[in-house]
Design a protein around this ligand. Structure first.
Ligand code: GCB
Length: 855
């Protein structure tokens, strides 16, 4: 991004005699080795066998997705930098972010160390560089992503991956001897704020320090040019200063009144810019120039009016964002970072929680530009380390975040911890929080603070709830615990107890896996349909309560967590867009609810391969539900050219029972001149399976589950479990008054279709399938979800009276949480169909799936 600014500046009228600072990315052609290597910092070290990488780069792009033991250790980067290095200039290396304990060497000498994986840092390397027109300088960077008790986040339990590497851009910066201070916590060194803003007038204050690294004192002018979005000059402020050699000289510029300022808001993110220059008085040369965004807005939060922006209430509605991406880890281009902000904005959000750590500079630049109000926080997550080193690291993290992002009008809230009492309360923790709260306000008196709590009464008891300006609650009622309605109950109780505390729902979300679908969705089933119910319910409950100042969905994206073992191992799939940013259907529900532009969407993109059974022998179609998300009053759905009726849209949703035919079904949704089309491939099974003429007949059962499960690799759709009826298929002899199903979303070994094995039926007598005569392949799919000892669950299995498994002990065979598949071939004759019997010897028989394929 800065490179772009630099190019712009070169062409701009602000450039007069001398080139000012020059910023150049040095992302290309680094050598990389993922281990600790002796003497790798030495200029003469031979790195020719190392990998060649471009930045941004992480060394965990692959292995962090493959389980808990991804590489956390040391990696080395080396770059031979060939560039013009002048005698009379100053040089810095600027890292936008590297995770997380970083040592930087130039020509064999250490120039600095930075601890913290999420903020920018800069080292002055002038005295270490070889000079010349084509000077060769050897940079070496040692990076360590080991969990470190002295560096936030220090808790192993933090629910994200610590992707190691130099994962953001790196710059070589060239300065004149006299320049804005560049050693101020990685910031730009020039700060902009708006002491007064109203509809009628505003004022701007710009301050910073000038560093004179030359040998002589110099008389300079500080020129601030405020331009509007069209580039028109609104104000020019000039003051004179004498800058002493070897000193930092402070300056402050006040704009005076700017009348009828154009205000910044999510609906109209009007941006001015402030160009701050140091001009040598004698020659008129511009010695340094910094360009900053400027937005005029004022805001506050209370429980009477909620969040107020520019004098008007605005409910903050948006999403939290992690920064990783499928296949790339955290090493994203600026384009991909910006793309997320665009998607969040297009959904109709006005707010983003940048969690749980500061992110790439391009993120906030895009929030400024597109109009998203931001909460940004430092990564103190789940627990603290009660040591001096950790506390100091927290202070540095916070100061870096605030100083680096001070000038972004989009930022209105600073956060400094998340669910911190997971690790328990201590007085030290209380003290740290008090200190960080005070530090936020000292560093930035103009913004609000927020903390994100989890479901524990301890936050209120221990006084943490009284600390920030805004109390954030991460709520998961109806997912990890309780019911959807308990969410609203909690909010009301909290508001009754603390009527003057502005409350924000800092997180809420439920997992979803595009392979799982349900016509009777329920909590923790990971179906796309439950996620839809969850979000519809939460959004309604949030909007109904004026005292809730806002909310952010957890999480905008599916993101990587190596230690998470749910339906998609290694992935927290609460995203409303996939890991590759393809929106899930729920994204369009939210868009319908939050935007003014017409939204008309057939919510079946996540479920285009379906199966079902006709309701009687006279029907050759199967009815199945399809949801419509829209903000238009009425819609009409056509299936294969025939109307299935008009419907009023209620709560942004209409539900159709669609009569699907076997094969391709073209769904067309119409409202006025708007149209949406979706094609669903449907397999219709006849009511009486015995009449099936299908040579490729497949009947697959997701035993013990109410979900359809699509195995995308093998193109098989498993149907939800059901009781047997004549002519159909299903379980027999299950005592439905007892608990006869299991749901254990933990990693299953030796398979990629974990969800099939994470649910199971227990204690059935048999499964019967009234399939026509012919040859069949039968897969019996097992996974032990309960027992951790051999001998606890032993049973026999027979197929059409022939015993195929005797004294079958699944744990003995394959231990627990491991997929085991037994495949048999059978000839079905005389209209007998297939019956699989289970006979308990010890414990209850268990089965995860059964698949029949006609051969
Ligand atoms: C939370 C945490 C977040 C987790 C999330 C979850 O409350 O703040 O880091 O990822 O829950 O998905 O469980």
């Amino acid at each position: 991004m800065k490179k772009a600014i630099f190019i712009m500046l070169l062409l701009s009228p602000f450039m007069t005699i001398n080139a000012q600072r020059k910023l150049e990315t040095i992302n290309e052609y680094w050598r990389f080795e993922r281990s600790d290597v002796n003497s790798a910092q030495d200029a003469a070290f031979n790195d020719q066998n190392w990998d060649i990488v471009n930045l941004p780069h992480t060394w965990n792009a692959d292995d962090a997705m493959k389980g808990i033991n991804y590489y956390q250790g040391i990696g080395w980067y080396r770059k031979k930098m060939i560039s013009k290095i002048s005698q009379d200039k100053k040089y810095c290396l600027y890292f936008e972010g590297a995770l997380q304990d970083v040592y930087v060497f130039v020509n064999g000498k250490q120039v600095g160390r930075h601890q913290g994986g999420y903020s920018g840092f800069r080292f002055d390397v002038t005295s270490y560089l070889n000079k010349g027109n084509k000077a060769v300088n050897q940079i070496a960077v040692k990076v360590d992503n080991t969990l470190n008790p002295s560096i936030a986040p220090s808790a192993f339990s933090a629910d994200f991956n610590f992707w190691g590497g130099i994962y953001r851009d790196v710059y070589l910066e060239e300065y004149n001897q006299v320049h804005f201070r560049n050693d101020n916590y990685g910031s730009k060194g020039v700060f902009v704020e708006t002491p007064e803003v109203s509809n009628e007038s505003a004022s701007v204050k710009i301050w910073g320090e000038i560093k004179n690294e030359g040998l002589n004192a110099l008389s300079v002018k500080i020129k601030n040019i405020i331009v509007d979005a069209e580039g028109k000059i609104v104000k020019e402020l000039i003051s004179k200063l004498k800058v002493e050699s070897g000193k930092n000289t402070p300056f402050t510029a006040l704009s005076g009144k700017i009348t009828t300022p154009k205000l910044w808001s999510p609906d109209s993110p009007y941006l001015y810019r402030v160009k701050t220059q140091i001009i040598e008085e004698k020659t008129g040369a511009i010695l340094d120039l910094i360009d900053n965004p400027l937005g005029f807005r004022w805001f506050s939060a209370d429980t009477k009016q909620g969040f107020m922006l520019n004098g008007k209430p605005i409910k903050l509605i948006g999403a939290c964002r992690h920064q990783d991406y499928e296949g790339l880890g955290n090493a994203l281009s600026n384009d991909l970072n910006r793309y997320d902000i665009k998607l969040i904005k297009e959904m109709g959000a006005n707010y983003i929680r940048i969690s749980h750590y500061p992110q790439d500079p391009s993120v906030l630049e895009e929030c400024d530009k597109l109009g998203l109000i931001a909460w940004e926080e430092i990564p103190i997550v789940n627990a603290i380390t009660p040591t001096k080193e950790f506390f100091e690291n927290c202070r540095i993290n916070l100061t870096e975040m605030i100083r680096q992002h001070y000038n972004h009008p989009s930022v209105m809230l600073w956060g400094y911890s998340n669910e911190i009492l997971i690790g328990g309360y201590s007085d030290a923790l209380g003290e740290l929080h008090k200190e960080l709260e005070a530090l936020c306000h000292k560093e930035d008196p103009n913004r609000l603070t927020g903390l994100a709590f989890h479901a524990s009464p301890l936050y209120n008891k221990k006084g943490l709830g009284d600390l920030p300006n805004i109390v954030g609650w991460n709520r998961y009622e109806g997912w990890y615990r309780a019911t959807l309605a308990d969410f609203g109950k909690f909010l009301d109780e909290e508001n009754t107890k603390y009527p003057n505390r502005p409350l924000i729902v800092s997180e809420y979300g439920s997992g979803s896996d595009t392979r799982l679908h349900s016509l009777s969705p329920e909590s923790y089933d990971f179906s796309m349909e439950y996620q839809q119910l969850f979000h519809a319910s939460y959004l309604k409950q949030i909007l109904e309560r004026p005292f809730v100042i806002g909310s952010s969905i957890w999480n905008f994206i599916d993101f990587g967590v190596s230690k998470r073992g749910e339906s998609m191992p290694g992935i927290n799939n609460k995203g409303i867009v996939r890991y590759n940013r393809k929106p899930k259907d729920i994204y369009y529900f939210l868009q319908a609810a939050l935007t003014k532009k017409p939204v008309l969407y057939i919510a079946s993109r996540d479920w285009v391969d379906r199966i079902g059974t006709s309701a009687s022998i006279n029907e050759n179609f199967a009815k199945q539900q399809v949801k419509i998300f829209s903000n238009l009053p009425e819609v009409e759905l056509l299936v294969n050219g025939k109307s299935v009726g008009k419907q009023k849209v209620v709560d942004f949703t209409a539900v159709y029972e669609v009569p699907f035919e076997d094969g391709k079904n073209i769904l067309e949704l119409i409202s006025g001149n708007q149209k949406d089309v979706c094609i669903v491939n449907f397999k219709v099974l006849p009511y009486d399976l015995r009449s099936s003429k299908d040579k490729e007949l497949v009947v697959a059962v997701n035993a013990g589950s109410k979900c359809f499960f699509t195995d995308p690799d093998n193109r098989v759709i498993y149907q939800p479990d059901q009781a047997y009826r004549e002519g159909g298929w299903g379980h027999i002899g299950v005592d439905l008054t007892k608990k006869t199903t299991l749901n254990m979303p933990h990693n299953v070994k030796a398979t990629t279709i974990d969800p099939l094995f994470q649910t199971a039926r227990l204690g059935m007598e048999a499964y019967k399938f009234d399939v026509p005569d012919g040859r069949y392949e039968i897969d019996l799919q097992f996974c032990e979800l309960q027992e951790s000892e051999a001998g606890k669950r032993v049973f026999n299995v027979s197929i059409n009276n022939e015993e195929v498994l005797s004294t079958f002990d699944l744990f003995e065979l394959s231990s627990s949480l491991t997929a085991s598949i037994k495949t048999y071939t059978i000839e079905v004759k005389n209209g007998k169909g297939i019956r699989v019997d289970f006979k308990a010897i010890t414990g209850q028989p268990i089965i995860s799936g059964i698949k029949l394929t006609r051969l």
